[in-house]
Write a protein that binds this ligand. Structure first.
Ligand SMILES: NC(=O)c1ccc[n+]([C@@H]2O[C@H](COP(=O)([O-])OP(=O)(O)OC[C@H]3O[C@@H](n4cnc5c(N)ncnc54)[C@H](OP(=O)(O)O)[C@@H]3O)[C@@H](O)[C@H]2O)c1
Length: 268
């Protein structure tokens, strides 16, 4: 969508969500933002207000299904939401010692259920909109939904099994829903970044090829959304590497992937 005016972003208190919020902020823009850390979220809200945007920043955990449904319905009632970015997510790995069960469940709860708690009420709201403009002419555009996946979605890495699985679920769901919602004029896009500097990657002690800053990454995502790209995947060499790894037989890639450094396990 070229010119979204009402934009809802989950996980806007840091990293990619923050960069997206600040990039979209401007006169005439209404931003509905959520995150869990009140101070960081409020600081992002202030940066967006300084650029002229109206901001409703709320401390909401995306795993809280009822709170998410209530927030999205309230935002929609105020101004129809043009663009929803289901961005909130966490990452942790095995640290080479296997993932704890609680960590696996937490990653799935936030990265998969949290995305569903965002996307499903958004679809419901967009579906319910009149398929005609106020002047009675048919409209082909009812809204846009972006799901934050990752290049880690194409192949399970031994260093981060639950994270890869959660992002694969999001990618597959988003790609399917793009076709499912096309006839309603709801655009669905899957975002697949490589390494981006953020609170998620700051704990990585291993080399991160083609690491990007969050601001240029946000601009790439915005351009992709304006062009309604099915997959917004970058950097391109990393995308093709991910596709190659996914396309090769497992017996060929398993020994290599076993040797890669393992992402650290979550502290809590
Ligand atoms: N950085 C990368 O290299 C990379 C690559 C591919 C994909 N991604 C994806 O990009 C998304 C953003 O991550 P990031 O890299 O920008 O990391 P980040 O700086 O840690 O940002 C994650 C955001 O998600 C929010 N969040 C986490 N759990 C939440 C919950 N239960 N409820 C509400 N908000 C929650 C965090 O808010 P609080 O801190 O306030 O809880 C924060 O605003 C994630 O989905 C991640 O998987 C990142």
């Amino acid at each position: 969508m070229r010119d979204p005016k009402t934009i809802l972003i989950t996980g806007a208190s840091s990293g990619l969500g923050e960069a997206l919020a600040v990039d979209y902020a401007g006169e005439g823009i209404f931003l509905a933002l959520c995150g869990r850390d009140a101070a960081r979220l409020e600081a992002v809200g202030e940066r967006c207000r300084d650029k002229g945007a109206r901001v409703d920043a709320r401390v909401i955990d995306v795993t809280d299904k009822a709170a998410m449904a209530e927030w999205i319905a309230a935002t929609e009632a105020e101004r129809p939401i043009d663009l929803v970015i289901a961005n909130a997510g966490i990452s942790a790995g095995s640290g080479g010692r296997g993932e704890r069960a609680e960590q696996v469940r937490k990653i799935m709860a936030i990265n998969v259920d949290g995305v569903m708690n965002t996307v499903l009420p958004a679809i419901e709201a967009m579906r319910a909109r009149e398929p005609t403009r106020p002047d009675g002419a048919p409209t082909s555009k009812r809204g846009q939904i972006a799901l934050m996946s990752s290049l880690a979605a194409f192949r399970g890495f031994p260093g981060a099994p639950a994270y890869c699985a959660s992002k694969a679920a999001v990618r597959c769901y988003g790609e399917a829903m793009r076709g499912e919602l096309h006839h309603l004029g709801i655009e669905v896009n899957v975002v697949l970044p490589g390494y981006v500097r953020s609170r998620i990657t700051e704990r990585n002690t291993f080399p991160m090829p083609m690491l990007m800053e969050a601001e240029p990454a946000a601009r790439r995502i915005r351009r992709g959304l304006e062009r309604n790209r099915a997959r917004i995947a970058f950097p391109l060499p990393m995308y093709w590497l991910a596709r190659l790894l996914a396309g090769l037989p497992l017996w060929m890639t398993d020994p290599l992937l076993r040797k890669l450094p393992k992402k650290a396990a979550a502290k809590d």
